[in-house]
Design a protein around this ligand. Sequence first.
Ligand SMILES: [Zn+2]
Length: 305
Amino acid sequence: MLIFILYQYTANYSALTDMTKEDKPESEVLLEEEVAGDAVEAVKEVVEEAQEKKAEVVETKQKPQYTKHKDDRRGAEKSVEWVPKTKLGQDIVNGKYTSIDEVIATGELILEPEIVDYLIQNLKQEIVYVGGSPGKGGGIKRTATRITTRMHKSGRRYSMSSLVAVGNQDGVIGMAKESGTDHRAAIEKSLKQAKLNIIKIKRGCGNWECSCKGTHSVPFRIEAKHGSVTFVLLPAPKGVGIVADEESKKLLALAGLKDVWTQTYGQTGTRINLAFAVFEALKKLSRVKGELIKSQSTKPIPVQV
Ligand SMILES: [Zn+2]
């Protein structure tokens, strides 16, 4: 009778053994019961552990994934990928500088183009058309890259060069010319270098007709030269717009100038020299010291009758 009860009890747990309990002595059955009990406990433990793990996985899935910077700036997305290599880059990621003007004011050399991407939200870029091919009827079709050729004993070797400008249309502009083996490489290299060459220009209103004390034009006449090209910037009143050729206009608009007259002398068909002359003129505005705009509290001059 005892054996029968034990058999029923163990039958629930021991499904592994095919031996009939009737043939076995009592001691063996007891042993089997103990073994079966241990196995069941072990299985229970494993199941519990698995359930705990599942719960942990669910918890981790529900946890929100925070990025390093919680603000919704454009650079925040890139900050995850960008690992700054220079001390200036690390300072910017840590929040020491909040704008590009502060970085330029310190005079530190920018060695990573990601710094400019990180700090300037609305950075715009323009490709100055420096290349060209002589067309029929005397016209020249302008292209983005300039192709130059050198002779090799096995034929010709070509290299492309391009000129790219970047700016925020609010006083910050950079420009660079680089060359590569194809169009894409040349433009990418120029873009990368243009971000490192950024300057901050000071604007003003030096036109006697306007006298608005704004920043829509240049504060005075500026003249700069590169190669044979001489480029002159003249302050213009509001509403005039940028009076220049298409390529110079791209650069002046990126710099944030709205109303300006220009003059050019020399071989302006060499667009590289023209673009560099414009950039030299803007560089002169970046070296202006002091505040150009006086406080608005100045009293108006009394009219003498
Ligand atoms: Zn004005």
